[in-house]
Design a protein around this ligand. Structure first.
Ligand SMILES: Nc1ncnc2c1ncn2[C@@H]1O[C@H](COP(=O)(O)OP(=O)(O)OP(=O)(O)O)[C@@H](O)[C@H]1O
Ligand SMILES: [Mg+2]
Length: 468
């Protein structure tokens, strides 16, 4: 930190004790802080002092917090805003996120959680940088317009996509089911020099293993029983374009060898043919399994692996980018109310959001998409309510999600797992985690120490109590 310009935080809140607390907390953490107790004053400071991040209450005596947020984002779109909302006002928080807020914090505000959010906001601001990068971001949004996401993690993925799309390097896209691998493969192809060429896809998990070879290589009439006429292979069809090998981990070993040879020699013979076909495609592979493990188990050839992953894009699971959930929900609401001609559906009810934000989304974006489409179809009113969500989601939100105890563990180990999972699930918000676990905060801290759980909400001495 030494020698570096301090990051500026503007705090707006009408409660003197809260302002005081924020000032002490943030200055202690090395930020330069200015405060305002009414919105108009906050706006004045905002214009002249140009803070990096604004932390503002949504309920201000003179201006509507949402309106203030919109004005901030309009004048300086690259200033990040964290809004503070009353406990349980998820709707306000969601509206704020839609209007461009980076994050929200519920009252009573937990110091650690707030500092973690602030740190992320600064990181993101640094990432976006000054005007040049801002312009780039707008162009990105345009070019990758169908990929929704404003989380830092998604932003990083999209930046990488943009920087490698133009090259001819082989790309491996790794990510859980439904995270958007195919969408990203599309972005790679349509933003490459080969965009006007064909984009051929084959899913190695979806077609019988013994057909993959003839699909890829093609064959000459009479090459084997059933080869009634010549068939052009996918390698050839992808000429001048891109080829997506989806679920590459499912490719049988002997074919991996053949594929590797094609990639090395850039030519091959269709089955039963003496014609030599030169290959000219850009290879994109996707997988939802851990290829390192496949490598260890001998299911994937090492030399092929090195050939296909010149660049690896890792698409993070949704639970690691929960900031994207509201955006995705809105996106799919729009999409499906149009598709199913239900223009009367205006919104998703706050209580439903409550459930949606807390869910773990093992099926990732595809699962959200299904849940929202279903909601659009089943709702009878003009919003998607809790009762329009699948039963499994509704019941889960009352417990804290699934917690599976593996066999043969000591009670101490199980306690450690429970604490760790709760902390992860609450984004390292100790106050919330303690509440869920039914512990006093100091007890939680001592248990964390006992189990040697490192604070995932980052470092530092942050024991400044909030006024109440
Ligand atoms: N960031 C996103 N923004 C908008 N839509 C998304 C996003 N990510 C995924 N989707 C949508 O979610 C669905 C699943 O995405 P996609 O098929 O690309 O995932 P995948 O990772 O290839 O899944 P699988 O592993 O099951 O093949 C698609 O309808 C896609 O359009
Ligand atoms: Mg896919």
């Amino acid at each position: 930190m030494n020698g570096k310009k301090k990051n500026r935080v503007l705090a707006i809140d009408d409660e003197p004790a809260m302002i005081e607390w924020l000032k002490i907390l943030l200055e202690h953490e090395g930020y330069e802080v200015r405060t305002a107790m009414i919105g108009t004053r906050g706006e004045e400071i905002f214009k002249t002092w140009k803070p990096d991040v604004v932390v503002t209450d949504m309920m201000l005596p003179d201006v509507d917090g949402l309106e203030l947020l919109r004005r901030f984002k309009q004048t300086h779109p690259d200033t990040e805003v964290i809004v503070i909302t009353g406990h349980g006002s998820v709707q306000k928080a969601v509206e704020a996120m839609k209007a461009g807020a980076f994050e929200f914090a519920e009252k009573p505000v937990d110091a650690d959680a707030l500092l973690a959010k602030l740190e992320r906001a600064i990181e993101r601001r640094d990432l976006l940088g000054e005007n040049l990068l801002l312009k780039q971001k707008i162009e990105n949004q345009f070019r990758f317009g169908n990929i929704i996401g404003k989380s830092k993690k998604m932003h990083e993925v999209l930046e990488l996509v943009e920087s490698v799309a133009g090259s001819d390097a082989n790309i491996l896209i790794q990510g859980e089911n439904g995270t958007g691998k195919e969408l990203i493969a599309n972005a790679l192809h349509y933003n490459s020099k080969r965009a006007k060429g064909p984009f051929i896809k084959i899913n190695c998990a979806a077609i019988p293993k013994d057909l993959i070879e003839s699909e890829l290589f093609g064959y000459k009439k009479g090459a084997f029983t059933g080869a009634a006429s010549d068939k052009e292979g996918l390698f050839e069809m992808a000429e001048g374009g891109s080829l997506l090998l989806d679920e590459i981990g499912e490719m049988p070993p002997y074919l991996q060898t053949k594929l590797l040879r094609v990639l090395q020699e850039r030519e091959y013979r269709p089955i039963g043919s003496d014609r030599i076909v030169r290959v000219d495609f850009r290879l994109i592979c996707a997988t939802n399994i851990d290829l390192d493990a496949a490598l260890r188990d001998g299911k994937l050839r090492e030399d092929l692996y090195f050939r296909i992953n010149t660049i690896t894009l890792r698409v993070p699971p949704l639970r690691e980018r929960t900031e994207d959930i509201p955006l995705l929900c809105e996106h799919f609401l729009d999409k499906y109310k149009q598709r199913h001609q239900r223009p009367n559906i205006k919104s998703i009810a706050p209580a439903a959001y409550h459930v949606l934000i807390r869910h773990r989304w093992p099926g990732n974006v595809r699962e959200i998409e299904n849940v929202i489409e279903r909601g659009v179809l089943v709702t009878k009113g003009n919003e998607i309510g809790v009762n329009d969500l699948p039963e499994s989601l509704r019941t889960e939100s009352t417990t804290a999600g699934e917690f599976v105890i593996p066999p043969h563990r000591t009670l101490a180990e199980i306690e450690k797992m429970a604490i760790l999972q709760t902390l992860q699930r609450t984004n390292w918000n100790k106050q919330e985690a303690a509440q869920i676990l039914g512990l006093y905060r100091p007890t939680l801290y001592s248990k964390m120490k006992k189990h040697e759980i490192q604070d995932g909400g980052k470092s530092g001495a942050r024991r400044i109590a909030q006024p109440n």
